[in-house]
Design a protein around this ligand. Structure first.
Ligand SMILES: O=C(O)COP(=O)(O)O
Ligand SMILES: [Mg+2]
Length: 224
């Protein structure tokens, strides 16, 4: 039986859900690596490293591993280079995934309140949403550094629900990664994941979201 949802508010993740931002992130990571005199990683590696914020991305690039901790001096040298490169190139090669523009329109047409909850730093989130022409859909935008904790903490989701005056049971989280599922579960939100995003190279079905969709437009078929 198809799962049915009846949300008053839908919170949507950014990287890997609304936007394929890896081309710009990988370009900036590789520009940083080159500037540090180190070999570039390429898009395929960077794709598995996105989703826990830009600091963690830079640490992953420096160590070549998901949980690696570089020497503080290496990080302090690399991080500002990455920030400067990404600020200059954010949005250039990034695109909305197919079905996103239509999916947002369908949600808005139902009168559902929309928020964007991302681990991306605020300095990059707002220009990216604006450049892709979708910023106006979101009544709230919560970035990775907007609050003391980011996903997988439930805090950003709880904060958005509170701002909209919506009970967590009347909310829905839509994301692409295990962090979105963990944050939603901890906040008491139902959660739907997209099949196409970034989940550190793992199948998102293994995280056991309530449903998996192949495009944001497909969500409309699951709403009561
Ligand atoms: O890792 C990031 O910077 C952003 O990730 P998110 O939009 O998928 O939360
Ligand atoms: Mg994501």
């Amino acid at each position: 039986m198809t799962q049915r949802f009846e949300p008053e508010m839908v919170l949507i993740d950014l990287d890997g859900t609304l936007v394929d931002s890896v081309p710009d992130l990988a370009h900036s990571v590789d520009a940083m690596m080159t500037e540090l005199g180190r070999p570039p990683h390429g898009e395929a590696a960077v794709r598995n490293w996105v989703g826990n914020g830009v600091e963690r991305l830079v640490k992953r690039a420096l160590t070549g591993s998901l949980d690696g901790e570089p020497a503080a001096a290496d990080f302090d040298r690399a991080y500002p280079v990455f920030l400067e490169r990404y600020a200059a190139h954010n949005g250039e090669r990034s695109r909305l995934y197919p079905g996103v523009a239509e999916g947002l329109r369908l949600l808005a047409a139902r009168g559902i309140q929309l928020g964007c909850v991302t681990n991306k730093a605020a300095q990059f989130t707002e220009p990216l949403l604006a450049a892709l022409g979708v910023a106006g859909h979101f009544g709230i935008i919560i970035s990775g550094d907007s609050l003391p904790e980011k996903k997988p903490s439930p805090l950003p989701l709880q904060h958005a629900a509170q701002q909209f005056g919506v009970a967590t049971s009347d909310a829905l989280m839509v994301g692409d990664s295990i962090s979105d599922v963990k944050a939603a579960r901890a906040a008491g939100f139902p959660v739907v994941c997209v099949s196409y995003g970034y989940n550190h190279g793992l199948d998102i079905h293994d995280a056991e979201p309530d449903a998996v969709i192949d495009s944001l437009a497909e969500l409309d078929t699951m709403l009561a």
